[in-house]
Design a protein around this ligand. Structure first.
Ligand code: ZN
Length: 64
């Protein structure tokens, strides 16, 4: 039993529960971060809690 694997399991559980706030794409745990499989945004994880904040400067330029 290692606590590091337990943390990874928690992160995977988060990835299953939440979606990308920018495009509602599927998130996948990537070590210590969550990565959106659809748009490629990377979300940091602080104390085991993913910080799902879409940065405006990374928003796709959909307005024309
Ligand atoms: Zn996304």
């Amino acid at each position: 039993m290692t606590k590091s694997s337990d943390r990874t399991q928690t992160l995977k559980a988060w990835a299953d529960l939440v979606a990308c706030p920018a495009c509602l794409g599927t998130l996948r745990e990537n070590g210590v971060t969550l990565v959106c499989m659809a748009c490629g945004r990377v979300y940091p994880v602080v104390d085991g809690i993913p910080v799902l904040i879409a940065k405006r400067d990374q928003a796709p330029s959909s307005m024309n």
